[in-house]
Design a binder for this molecule. Structure first.
Ligand SMILES: [Zn+2]
Length: 120
């Protein structure tokens, strides 16, 4: 695995209302083929909830749930950007939209295709 040193990455939505930070070494990125991820076209890194901190914008987030109502998909009410979601199979983890992270490049990190569409 071509992972990176563990460090803190700040992230935000487009308008800046929602700010957060994560600690990760980027073991891999995932692209999911489920009905919502296809539409978001998001590239995701998974982090445990202990490595995720919402710094601002709780009141600006809106939540969307569907199907099994387990995963919690968050969007900024102001700019509509998806910054992160609570995962369905591992609800103590967040999936983070890596394109919301400052100073991040996905170069060299392996991308795994997740099979969300085939989940029951
Ligand atoms: Zn926003």
């Amino acid at each position: 695995m071509d992972s990176r040193p563990l460090r803190t990455y700040p992230g935000s939505c487009h308008c800046g209302a929602v700010c957060f930070e994560i600690d990760t070494d980027f073991p891999e990125l995932t692209m999911c083929d489920c009905s919502i991820c296809r539409r978001k076209n998001a590239l995701i890194v998974k982090v445990h909830e202990s490595r995720f901190r919402l710094l601002a914008g709780e009141a600006s987030l809106t939540e969307y749930q569907f199907h099994t109502m387990t995963a919690r998909h968050y969007f900024c009410k102001v700019c509509g950007i998806y910054p992160f979601h609570r995962k369905r199979v591992t609800p103590d983890h967040y999936g983070i939209n890596v394109h919301c992270l400052q100073g991040f490049s996905a170069d060299g990190i392996p991308v795994r295709r997740a099979v969300g569409a085939a989940m029951p």
